[in-house]
Design a protein around this ligand. Structure first.
Ligand SMILES: Cc1cc2nc3c(=O)[nH]c(=O)nc-3n(C[C@H](O)[C@H](O)[C@H](O)COP(=O)(O)OP(=O)(O)OC[C@H]3O[C@@H](n4cnc5c(N)ncnc54)[C@H](O)[C@@H]3O)c2cc1C
Ligand code: FES
Length: 376
């Protein structure tokens, strides 16, 4: 039986930010917590594609500007009443232990509770499961990169059409392992769902077959053992090092590149030597001549500089001028870099996935077209 859900009867998406209220907060492991968001107006929610994210606008005490971050919806689209986000508490980088910890993720863990209101933009993103396909799927995740995969595996189970799916997850150990019981239960109840969890290091409290299946890393040998071949659609999400290794393992094994789909939670990096980075690919679309430049005024800091065409975008230009504006994906996806365009006009190499608010600019994607003043 195919459970198609009530998607067709669900409302259209919304424009701008909508107020949501946290209905539940559930710790999934020591460092990852889920937040169930329901719309304040109580109206049913638009559906979404499994793998898509929400862009949030956060008012964080002590922060002068709105903080913008994106988080993947970690549930399936079946339930019209809420969206779930599953968020890792981001520590300082290992090589800079004295740096401030992640702003928004720690705010969520420490200060967002049942009843907290959050401004949310409609689901968006191009990394999602092709639900119309019946090709077997391999979902490969590292760390908190499992969130889109959870949405995808839940959706396949909800569809009830027996599509084969492998959920393969690598993480440091049990303390960092979210939603493990959930995935194991799905595999126990559905013959088409198979799972394998790799702990970098299993502690004394970890039971093989219950918490994890093997120790070390996800390797070619492991994938060959589990999958037996590459005739799958592959979906990848995890830290850059994980993505690079897994992508190359699949590529060298002979997987069809067009069937390897991936998303970065931070700045995109080159996955395979020789392949153009995503932003170079964007330039190849013929947009490299766009943006004539002029005088760039950074209003908050009071600095002014002449645009130099060697820069890819206003974000890089601001950084080269000693400023440190907020940024995330640097790929036009997350809206973290959105700032007010106070004067002038900009040009985008590629249309951003979520257009900036009227009067604002995504500086990681925009070049100036003449004199420009931005609120940095
Ligand atoms: C499409 C997409 C989907 C995503 N989905 C998820 C998801 O489902 N779950 C999830 O947990 N995350 C997800 N993310 C990541 C998320 O959006 C945030 O980037 C992440 O939570 C970190 O944000 P933050 O505000 O906590 O950290 P930030 O404040 O942005 O800091 C990032 C890092 O920089 C360090 N840092 C801060 N200031 C300094 C400094 N002065 N010097 C040196 N280092 C510094 C911090 O310690 C931290 O390690 C997603 C990202 C994208 C693009
Ligand atoms: S940094 Fe993500 S949209 Fe600009």
């Amino acid at each position: 039986m195919t459970k198609t859900t009530a998607q067709t009867a669900r409302p259209e998406s919304w424009q701008g930010a909508r107020t949501f209220v946290v209905e539940r907060k559930v710790a999934e492991c020591d460092i990852i917590t889920s937040f169930y968001l329901a719309p304040e107006d109580g109206a049913p929610l638009p559906s979404f594609e499994p793998g898509q994210f929400l862009a949030l606008e956060l008012d964080i005490p002590g922060e002068k500007d709105t903080v913008r971050r994106t988080f993947t919806i970690s549930c399936s689209p079946t339930d019209p009443a809420f969206y779930r986000l599953t968020i890792k508490r981001e520590p300082p980088p290992p090589d800079q232990p004295d740096a401030p910890p992640g702003l928004s993720s720690n705010f969520f863990h420490d200060h967002v509770d049942v009843g907290t209101k959050i401004n949310v933009k409609a689901p968006a993103g191009k990394f999602f499961l092709d639900v119309a396909s019946d090709v077997p799927v391999v979902l490969l995740s590292g760390g908190v990169g499992l969130t889109p995969m959870i949405s995808m595996v839940n959706t396949i189970v909800d569809q009830g059409n027996g599509r084969d799916v492998w959920f393969i997850h690598g993480t440091r150990g049990r303390k960092e392992h979210a939603l493990g019981d959930h995935v194991r239960q799905l595999a126990a109840k559905n013959a088409n769902v198979k799972t394998h969890t790799v702990y970098e290091k299993a502690g004394p409290d970890c039971v093989k077959g219950q918490h994890y299946d093997s120790e070390g890393f996800i390797t070619l040998e492991l994938l060959q053992d589990l999958l037996g071949g590459t005739d799958f659609e592959f979906y990848l999400c995890g830290p850059p090092a994980f993505m690079k290794v897994i992508y190359n393992v699949l590529y060298d094994w002979g997987a069809d590149e067009t069937r390897i789909h991936y998303e970065f939670f931070g700045p995109a990096t080159v996955l395979r030597e020789g392949a153009p980075p995503p932003d170079e690919a964007a330039q190849d679309s013929g947009a490299e001549d766009a943006g004539q430049g002029g005088t760039i005024t950074f209003a908050q800091s009071g600095r002014t500089a002449e645009w130099e065409p060697k820069f890819e975008n206003l974000l890089e230009f601001a950084e080269a001028n000693g400023l440190a504006p907020a940024s995330g994906c640097r790929d036009g996806i997350c809206q973290t870099c959105m700032v007010e365009l106070m004067e002038g006009e900009v040009i985008y190499a590629e249309d951003p996935i979520i257009p900036p608010d009227p009067g604002f600019v995504l500086i990681c994607q925009a070049k100036p077209n003449g004199d420009v003043t931005i609120d940095i």
